[in-house]
Write a protein that binds this ligand. Structure first.
Ligand SMILES: [Zn+2]
Length: 490
């Protein structure tokens, strides 16, 4: 046996020993839980093997402890024993070749991960001297990967993704670093997410992949004004939402706002289209009128109308009396919203109205909200925006049970809130209307294509979609408009 042969053999044994030790670490973990306090035959065999090896090595190579290479190995062995298993397979450690992806797991330190790659102190120093790389290693977060390239165990490359999804790559040659960046493979797709309402529009929209923000847009911006999402929508009704999805390296990373949405309730088609006008984005009806109305149709979403406007027998007084507002049945504590932008006139006890809030919307329009269990933190004189919660449903004052009594006055005269809130604001005109039609037609065509497939077996509103599409494509006022649902007669 030559000296160098012995050295190689001994190294191989040490490598094997290190491999065993790494595995023993895992065994040791199990032992902590279930160790019976007795060694198995296998344990004894291992122990005697290690013992023999130690004696053998010590006797053959007296200067072992002073050998720098082996010392490094012994250190590695020690640290590998006390640390969690590195991401790399121990058997590969002796001569790494090619790219190795190292993922940082919980409880792993960056230094230990680098150590697991057998990076020499010099290599680590080299990496640390490059500011960008040093930062990338310092900011290596749990779950992220960094990739290292080796040729016969020598580090010659490093790459990792940047925040924008591009991949930065360093070719390493001695002390030389060559940096290059590969742009992320980004793709945007305009998609239609369609579904049946089922038990709830919100849950179903979520199941189709819409995010909370998009669902809020549907319920609070697009359909809030014309649809009572509780009363007018049944489980077999359907919705379609057009959104833009951005994929980066094949992974969905972001979604746009709702570009267009339709809700088909029975045979009625409701739709809204996003359009930017003077730097402000809003949702419009298919004929180019803003969906946002001055007043929300119902100050409590999802509450059934329990008493309509007009003559009725008063439930408490028992006499025929004009009902000067409308009532919504809802459980105590249901939030009540300001129907439109306003200034608070009063907020407090108000005779038979109980806890009530009166809002002034300008131009002689006021609204009143009665029988509240509790008034929100608002005070007279304060300005509130449409949708602000002003109080909570209750049964204070002359009331037989929890409900909201809602009044709408124009110039001091009581009006039916459901008829006065229908007035549509000014529509888009001229060139803006034309570009709106073009964009809306695109979205509609996509929705029609998808719905024709998804709901092929039941299409009462396909004709409406088609007519609307034909009209918007031709740049005309649509023949079929999204009309407000019929009022329920009480
Ligand atoms: Zn009432």
């Amino acid at each position: 046996m030559t000296a160098s042969g012995l050295d190689a053999q001994q190294r191989e044994r040490l490598r094997q020993k290190r491999f065993d030790t790494l595995h023993q670490h895992v065994v040791a973990k199990h032992l902590r839980k279930g160790f019976q306090g007795r060694w198995t035959r296998r344990d004894w065999a291992h122990a005697s093997l290690f013992g023999t090896m130690a004696v053998l090595i010590a006797s053959i190579v007296p200067g072992l402890n002073s050998m720098p290479g082996d010392q490094a190995l012994m250190k590695q062995q020690y640290s590998a024993f006390v640390l969690p298993m590195p991401a790399l397979r121990a058997a590969n450690v002796s001569a790494l070749n090619g790219w190795h992806s190292v993922r940082r797991e919980k409880d792993q330190k960056v230094d230990d991960l680098l150590a697991s790659l057998q990076l020499s102190k010099k290599d680590r120093q080299l990496l640390n001297n490059q500011n960008e790389i040093r930062d990338a290693l310092r900011s290596w977060s749990i779950g992220d990967s960094r990739e290292f390239s080796f040729t016969n165990g020598v580090l010659d490359g490093l790459r990792y993704p940047l925040k924008d999804g591009s991949l930065v790559s360093f070719a390493i040659n001695g002390k030389k670093f060559k940096r290059s960046v590969v742009a992320a493979d980004t793709e945007t797709r305009v998609v239609v997410l369609s579904g049946e309402v089922g038990d709830s529009l919100v849950a179903s929209a979520k199941a189709q992949g819409l995010n909370d923000e998009q669902i809020n847009t549907l319920t609070n911006e697009v359909f809030k004004y014309d649809v009572d999402l509780d009363e007018d929508v049944s489980s077999s009704d359907r919705f379609s939402v057009v959104v833009e999805q951005t994929y980066r390296n094949g992974e969905l990373v972001s979604m746009s706002d709702v570009l267009a949405a339709t809700l088909t309730t029975g045979t009625t088609l409701h739709s809204g289209y996003r359009f930017e006008q003077n730097g402000k984005t809003e949702y419009f009806t298919p004929d180019g009128r803003p969906l946002k109305k001055e007043f929300i149709r119902t100050p409590i979403p999802y509450a059934p109308l329990s008493s309509s406007f007009g003559g009725r027998k008063h439930p408490v007084l028992g006499v025929m009396r004009m009902h000067k507002g409308i009532d919504y049945r809802a459980s105590t504590g249901t939030p009540i919203m300001a129907a439109g932008d306003a200034r608070v006139v009063s907020a407090g006890r108000n005779g038979g109205y109980g806890n009530a809030v009166i809002l002034d919307h300008g131009r002689g329009i006021t609204t009143l909200y009665g029988h509240m269990s509790r008034i929100a933190k608002i005070r007279p004189g304060q300005r509130v925006e449409q949708g602000t919660i002003i109080g909570y449903v209750g049964s204070t004052g002359l009331s037989t049970g929890p409900h909201l009594h809602y009044e709408f006055r124009v110039g001091g005269v009581h009006r039916n809130p459901l008829t006065v809130t229908k007035n549509a604001p000014e529509p888009l005109r001229g060139a803006q209307l034309q570009s709106f039609y073009a964009a809306a037609a695109k979205s509609l065509a996509k929705i029609q294509n998808v719905e024709a497939v998804v709901f092929a077996d039941q299409s009462p509103a396909q004709s409406q979609l088609k007519a609307q599409l034909a009209a918007t494509s031709a740049g005309q006022k649509p023949l079929v408009n999204s009309k407000a649902p019929e009022l329920r007669k009480q």
